[in-house]
Each structure stands twice: as C-alpha cells, then as structure tokens.
Design a protein around this ligand. Sequence first.
Ligand SMILES: [Ca+2]
Ligand SMILES: [Ca+2]
Ligand SMILES: [Ca+2]
Ligand SMILES: [Ca+2]
Length: 392
Amino acid sequence: MYEFLLGFLLILAPIFAESIPDYNKPFAPIFTDKPVYSWTDKILISIIAPSWNSNSNQIDSIGGIESHAIKISSGENYLKPYRLTETSPNSGIFSGEIILTGFLHDVDGDENFDTNPRTIGNGPTNGFLESDMDDSISISFEFADGVVLVESVPVNWNHGTIKFSQETFLSNELIEIRVIDPDLNLNPEMIDTVNIEVFSDSDASGLSVTAVETSERSGSFISTFSLSDNTSSGNRLYAIPGDTIIAKYDDHTLPKPFSKSDSQYVETSTTVDYSTASINRILVSPITLSDGFGNPVTSFLSNNQMQIVGTIENQINFDQKFIYFFQIKNSDETIISLSWIQGKLSPNQILDISQSWIPYNSDNYVIETYVWNSLNGLIPLSPPTSTSIIIE
Ligand SMILES: [Ca+2]
Ligand SMILES: [Ca+2]
Ligand SMILES: [Ca+2]
Ligand SMILES: [Ca+2]
C-alpha cells in the first residue's frame, strides 16, 4: 500500500510543487516503515508534503519550527519540534527516524537492567524516545495553521519462539537453533545477543550458548553448537545417539495480559541419531570353520563337531548392542539350525563369535549370518553373509 502510494505520488509530485499550497486541503499523509513496533525498535518516518517543497533546487525541511512543529510522543514523553528533511531537492517527501528506548527493565533475569531509556533529539535522525511495553507512538505535524495531521503506531511486547533447524541431527552435525523475539533487539543499530540454555539426556545440567542477531534490526537470533560423545565443554554439548536435546530461554518481555515482572520459559527439542547408517554400524567378516581344538578345517566329515566362527567389529564410537544369528540350511533350503548370541560391543571393539555344530548327514549346506540390533528392533547393523560347505 505504502509503496503503491509513494509511486503514485512521485509521478504527481512536480505538479504539486509548482502549484500554490492549498492550506484548506492539506494532503500530507504520515507513513512509518512498519505497522507495529517493539519497545526498542527504530521507527522510520516519512511525510508526503509537496506543498512544503518550497525550493525545488534544495533540500527543504518540515517540523523543526514551533509554529508548524512535528511532535513524536509516547505517553508523557515527546520530541517536539522534530525536524524531517526532504529525501531529494524536489521530492516533496520528508523523512527521518527515531529510536525507541523502552523503560528500565531486566530482559534476561540477571538482575541488571538492559536498557538505557532516554528522550532526546530534534531530528531528523538523532531522536530517542522512551516507550512502554504496551504503548502507542503518535506522530503529529501541524501542516498548516491549526491543521494537525496525526498518525499512531502501536508498540507491543511479543511472545518469543525457539526452534531447531531440524527435527533430528546426526551426532557429527552442527546443531542450529533460532530464537525470534523482536523485544530482544535492544539496540536497532547493533547486533544483539540472547543466551539459550541447552541440555540433553546425557547432560541434564547442559550449557549456555549465545545466539547472535542475524542483522542489526532483525530480532532473529541464531546459535550453532556441536555435540561431544563424552563431556560438555565450551560450545560442545554431551549428547549421544538416542538422546533428546532441549533448548530454552526465559522470555522476560511478554505481551499483555502478562505484566512487566512476569517471565516464561520458551523451549523446544530435537533428537540425536547416529552419523553412520545402521547397515554400516557393525563390520562382519566371512565365517571360518575349525575343529574342536580351534584348528582350521578344510575338509568336512559328517558326525564331527566343528566350530563356526564369525567376527564382528564395532564401527561407531559408542557402545552398541547386537544380536548375531547363525542359520544353517540344507540342500532342500530347510533350516536345520538357528542360533543366536546377544551382546554389547564397546567403541571399536572386535569380537569373535563361535557356535559349535555337528552335521549328521552328508549334504551341501549354506551357513548364513545376520547381525541385528535386537529381537524387538530388527534393524540390520551389517549386510548378511552366506557361505556354502560340502559335508562328505
Ligand atoms: Ca525542495
Ligand atoms: Ca539483565
Ligand atoms: Ca539489534
Ligand atoms: Ca518477548
């Protein structure tokens, strides 16, 4: 709407500039760059007043004289007269800005005030104005004698939001979290920060990370941190696959009906998964066969006991439960033996698993192995193996 009007009026501006100001039909709409502001934001103001473009070759100004003053006010605080200057020598558009300075308040609960409320300045860009949590900023301009134009914009506190960039993170990924709370843009000309508490199932006390505003005036804050598989330190949180990570911050700037002294935790969660795909978490070697004394066997006779030996190796840096299956099929594809061994591998552990077997009949057999995470989970942790043997 604003841009549409602006374009429209820019085209008409030269006509207005050359005509005699018609003080009986004042046309000087007042615009702000946002429809609503937070308590410490910057307000960009423009007033389209072609009749005040008295010299088309120079920058004119409005509002700076008491007789036709601009007044910018919030409650009992005000700036007057406040001067706006023409955007170019013949535009007839006058602009300026002020910075809201809020009131004395502790926004993070550390018992120190975080604001510097003050009301001072005469324009066009040096104005500071105190404001309340639920306020209205009113801009008035005495366009002609006794003709005052007024525009008002609301000032509110906001409910903050917090969100991880993903629902699940792999244990080796960088974790990104974002807080959006315009009330924490405490200085619209500087990058502000917010402290976020993060903790996990493995580390319930967790740590505090700093989220940094994405631009001077965005009110949007991002923090990144990584995970550690043993202890939390610096910007690393102790969290292992399967953990839930919680992030929260305390919003001390809540909109009505909350009061100034209220605060409320805003929190979110994500989960941690293995950085290695499940099928690659255990490395299996093909089985070997040996006699009852552990000597490798090359020819196989029926009715002799032999040992089937498989080897598995943990491929991830965490303890890992497994269940290892031996399955033997005869030449009819009938399963004649199924056995399993359950256990736990520590990080990078290599383990031999053996099973004794006495084949009673001469036949061609196939010995298959499978490694799953559990009987309930049934997630394969390695590809199956298959070995053919002939029993004479
Ligand atoms: Ca001018
Ligand atoms: Ca504080
Ligand atoms: Ca800022
Ligand atoms: Ca807030």
